[in-house]
Design a protein around this ligand. Sequence first.
Ligand code: CU
Length: 503
Amino acid sequence: MTSGVPFSRRAMLTAGAAALSTGLLGCSLRRRPLLDTVGAVPFDKPLHIPPLAASTLNRGARVFDLELRSGQTALVAGGTADTWGINGTFLGPTVRVARGETIRMNVHNALPEVTSLHWHGMHLPPSADGGPRQPIEPGTSWSPEWKVEQEAATLWYHPHPHGRTEQHVYRGLAGLLLVDDDYAAALPLPARYGVDDIPLIVQDKTFADDGSLIEGERTDAGLLGTTVLVNGTVGPVLTLTAERTRLRILNGSTARSYAFGFDDDRAFVVIAGDGGLLDAPLELRRVLVSPGERVEIVVTAAPSDLVALRSFPHDLGVSDRAAVDAGARDELDVLLLRASPVLEPSPQLPSHLAAEREEADSQPTAHRSFTLRNDRINGLTMDATRVDFDVAVNTSEIWEIENTDNAPHNFHVHGVQFQVLDIAGRPPAPELAGPKDTVYTPPDQPVRIAVRFTDHADPQVPLMYHCHLLQHEDRGMMGQFVVLAPGQQRVPLPPVVGGDHDH
Ligand SMILES: [Cu+2]
């Protein structure tokens, strides 16, 4: 065992059993051992709450200054790790913006290499998106500006340099981007940031004995860590002070999916997905969150409750072996919730959540299909100079995505929120019914989504669609499209200077 992570007795036993069954099958490949940290995580550190990013008003825009930096961070006992962060050495502040305001992000790259900063889930002009075609050279700044025109949601930001996204996110570049609106603010939902409205950036990493961050096991799914961090805290404890607490969960891992639930199997209420509120509160005991996805849940506690948020073994629709390799058979303690002896009363959750939304267009102008296989989409690997198709502004399309690998993939579209129509011909699980920008695509179960392109036509700057398992994305499971206004035509794309890496 090379890592300094404490392994439980159960972890040893399950790893031994996996090795034994491999031997019986006569398979010569080393199998990834199952990871079981239940009871082995010493919950002894207060959960770090990312600070809210400061902003200033300048000529009608709310301006945020975000500096990408390198530094050292003590994440585990034993020493420090070389990490990257935004306005700090690991992760970034929570950026909070309001619907209807114009925002400007002054992003300065103080790192030793080129990167970018992408606003995941934001509806914005393609030139502001921060994808691989908007690199920020070391020592330079990039200052996109746009008007926030979408409903309240938990979004996030992270780098997107082609071929290097996994590494940059793993080192610590990620933060939350919360959109507020008057409608959601008027609902009786827990909404005091850091008090009863808690951000949870969940990531898995592997540490050496000296506390340094090392790249963990690499399987076909990607990079899997042996230690779970929440907001950068290992062994986190959250003290609950109110009856009801809202947890805004981001899967900020590079490859691992989580099936969140509580150790006593209590029910919780899902109130929102990637891009906004569900129509109504949804009571669940488990919720699957693949890389890049968000879910907002409300948990109710009794005085002095002690309950752990855990990730349970789950079904990704892949073979047993691929599930083991993707970490889907692992069981992980994530966060301890410790309720105070006296809890503030919280209002009852409303019976209805989201405002009226427009239905998906019954007259889509195009149908497209996307096959995810072998690090490619429709047989092609990402080429930043290639536009795969164009869409007409002010139209809706239906996209069918099929994963034909025996491996987990998901599908993320830049610049829009979409609606999941069906999965293998059946209505999606109710937690997927709200606005989405990333959806899990189990093998051989075609996922149909309705995508509306309302504005922001730009023939010169494409948007991306890709798998959000970052190893797959970096290897080229990504494509580009442009949104065109009537009369516009695609233009050839020049190579990205300094921003395109061979993997
Ligand atoms: Cu993938």
